[in-house]
Design a protein around this ligand. Structure first.
Ligand code: NAD
Length: 496
């Protein structure tokens, strides 16, 4: 790859270890896993391949730190100070985080610096503030004047954060920040393919002064160490983001220990474009909605529904935009679409491209898998026009830069198609009629509705799914609810 000196450069990443009880250690079995770069297809470094014994060590460390350590008993302000320090360190080390994410999973460096990093540090600041403002309980009256009710808001205990490979840092921060703010202790298990920012985040926790055992990191296979976390009696909560299939497994496997769980799962989100929309803005919302982070986004606008009267014009212009999309090294500021994060995902997406080609839909852009300088897991921005909602490419989560465009007639038809999916994660409506937008926002069965935009996020905006997209909310004051429990203390004041 041509490397201009002013542009961010690939860097050496030292081999990673496990963080258990405040110390970096090797896995008990001494095994390691390779981490590779989807742009160069070369190995970047290795990380420890933890096993069940390592999971037990991390669970014990987090459990002892919760029961005996100072963390849960600290004043909310003291915990908040450490979270503010974590936020500052994230900002200071933004360049390193951005390069790691670009090398590890192909996310464009520029997008990471401008969108992801401020969001991640913002999550720590937001939940530090939430803890100070909302962790205290109340003092209430009862039927009888001498009986008072005191409420306390308490942490759950040990939280295991199990995260996917598509937004490795952001989806970790959205769990770890509220968990720590509420006084829980944490074990993070990142996806096996993308552990590099997880290692750097664990170092941030150490450097910010998070006490030993409060923050633990184990890298290794989900089926072994993820499963050990889910089944352990000493783990109180699983905060999971990943596929619906694995999420269903976790719900079943956590049942025996009555696990608290939040589930952020898959999506097939409809982007409804009405004839009265500002067409250029709608084209941009549709383009970034599906192609941002090469479509490896749970809330991607992965079904584009277009009103019949503008359908042909939209398809022509959208296909032209897709054909012009710039594929390349994620460290190059000009790149819009980096490589697909892993070989397995790359093969799966190309299988869906073939399913589209074999269907009644019409390929109007992309479909190819070019190499850049002879390497890389690149897939072109791919558009299938004249699709119907029953096709495989319209029903299943492709999780790549591939989108069907489906025509509709009117409001009722749009809502029928939008809701005709097992998922309910996100949605969008592009129209100049605010009344219509809000009317339809009420009728869409999805946790997020974007009106005349797409991909907007804020620490204060609750985020989560309906239907097979999961339950529980990350971000917003609502998220703190998922990391706390309420205790009611009845007090007899005496006298009548
Ligand atoms: P995945 O379900 O394969 O893996 C997610 C995590 O679970 C990984 O860390 C994995 O190692 C672990 N895991 C796997 N098997 C396990 C088991 N038996 N027990 C415990 N843990 C186990 O998902 P993925 O391929 O990494 O991520 C892509 C999926 O995530 C897509 O479906 C996408 O829609 C979804 N996602 C959802 C959101 C959201 O907020 N709703 C956000 C991003 C991604």
């Amino acid at each position: 790859m041509d490397a201009h000196p002013s542009r961010p450069q690939r860097r050496d990443v030292p081999p990673g270890q496990l963080l258990i009880h405040g110390a970096w250690v090797d896995a008990a079995a001494g095994e390691q896993m390779a981490v590779s770069d989807p742009t160069t297809e070369a190995q970047i470094t290795t990380v420890q391949k933890a096993g069940a014994r390592d999971a037990e060590r991390a669970i014990d460390a987090a459990s002892v730190a919760f029961e005996e350590g100072p963390w849960g008993r600290l004043g909310h302000e003291d915990r908040a100070k450490i979270l503010f320090r974590m936020a500052d360190l994230l900002d200071e080390r933004a360049d390193d985080f951005a390069i790691r994410e670009a090398m590890d999973m192909g996310m464009p460096y520029t997008d990471f610096r401008s969108i992801i990093m401020p969001h991640c540090s913002g999550l720590f600041r937001f939940f530090a503030g939430q803890a100070m403002a909302h962790m205290d309980g109340g003092y209430r009256t009862s039927y009888e004047p001498h009986i008072r009710i005191l409420t306390r808001r308490e942490p759950l205990g040990v939280v295991a954060a199990i995260t996917p490979w598509n937004f490795p840092l952001a989806l970790t921060c959205s769990k770890v920040a509220p968990a720590l703010a509420a006084g829980n202790t944490v074990i993070h298990k990142p996806a096996s393919d993308t552990p590099l920012t997880a290692l750097a985040l664990a170092q941030v926790a150490l450097d910010a002064g998070v006490p030993a055992g409060v923050y633990n990191l184990i890298t290794g296979p989900g089926g072994v160490i993820g499963d050990a976390l889910v089944r352990s009696k000493k783990v109180d909560k699983i905060a999971f983001t990943g596929s619906t299939a694995v999420g269903m497994n976790l719900i079943r496997n956590g049942a025996d220990t009555i696990k608290h769980q939040t589930m952020e799962l898959g999506g097939k989100s409809p982007n409804i474009i009405f004839a009265d929309a500002d067409l250029d803005a709608a084209l941009q919302a549709a383009f970034w909605g599906i192609f941002w982070n090469k479509g490896e986004v749970c809330v991607a606008g992965s079904r584009i529904l277009v009103q019949r009267s503008i359908y042909d014009e939209f398809v022509e212009k959208f296909a032209a935009l897709a054909k012009d999309a710039v594929l390349g090294d994620p460290l190059d500021p000009a790149t819009q679409l980096g490589p697909i994060a892993t070989r397995a995902e790359y093969d799966k997406i190309l299988m869906y491209v073939q399913a589209g080609v074999d269907s009644s839909a019409r390929l109007v852009a992309g479909g190819g898998a070019p190499k850049i300088d002879g390497k890389g897991l690149f897939i072109e921005a791919t558009v299938f026009a004249d699709a119907t909602n029953d096709l495989k490419i319209s029903r299943e989560e492709i999780f790549g830069p591939v989108v069907p465009v489906i025509p509709f007639e009117d409001e009722d038809d749009a809502i029928r198609l939008a809701n005709d999916t097992d998922y309910g994660l996100a949605s969008g409506i592009q129209t100049s009629d605010l009344g219509k937008a809000l009317r339809l926002a009420d009728r869409i069965k999805a946790g997020t509705v974007w009106l005349n935009t797409w991909h907007k996020y804020h620490p204060n905006a609750p985020f989560g799914g309906y239907k097979a997209s999961g339950y529980g909310r990350e971000q917003g004051a609502e998220a703190l609810e998922n990391y706390t429990q309420h205790k009611t203390v009845w007090a007899n004041l005496g006298g009548q």
